[in-house]
Design a protein around this ligand. Sequence first.
Ligand code: 13P
Length: 250
Amino acid sequence: MGKYIIAGNWKMNKLPSETYDFVKEVASATADASCEVVCCTPFVCLPEAVRAAEGTHVKIGAENLHFEDKGAFTGEVSADMLLDLGVSYVIIGHSERREYFAETDETVNLKIKKALSKGLLPIVCCGETLSQREAGITVDFITIQIKKAFAGISAADAEKVTVAYEPIWAIGTGKTATAEQAEEVCAAIRGVLTELYSEETAEKITVQYGGSMNASNAAELLSKKNIDGGLIGGASLKSADFAAICSAAK
Ligand code: 13P
């Protein structure tokens, strides 16, 4: 299966002035980790995050980007700007951006293509609402999200994408999907990727779980065949908790 990647999504937390020391803490706490360790930070924290990660195993990611190269897009940040800072990863299509900032499957697809064309590694989020789960349409809904996200992307490029399955009802709620629920959807995602590309390509793509993943439940979730990592919100803000999740990823 894909390479294990544990990525923190700081969301709108931590100040630029707190970033350098915190990333250094993460680097030393995860020094023994065998997975890829990524901190995705607010735009304004990125310069300090990159500076702190220099010469360590920690990679830095952004939480969003714009799909155009440059121009009159007040308040937006381009792929070239992120690359210029030394950023490696970028989260695309988080449910909070879809809900509060009107991101659609179409803009998500454009952003993935832009990131890939520039050499940034996308972490693409998908996930169902509670009412979709209760209606029994989770896998159908995720299948559509994945097909639209990967539209027009070659197999060679698809291998560079990480997919994060984040059930919306589990984000920030303390309510984690059971390892069985998470595995069922991550296996379905792998199935869609197999259908779109090939088994070989699908197996190279990292599929993460996200949603109230923490130091206590990470090992069970990460033991599942189709779960190759985690996208961590709340627990990524404490270096010891984040490091414990990284050690569970073997
Ligand atoms: P929590 O880990 O806080 O539930 O957030 C998950 C998430 O949204 C990561 O992108």
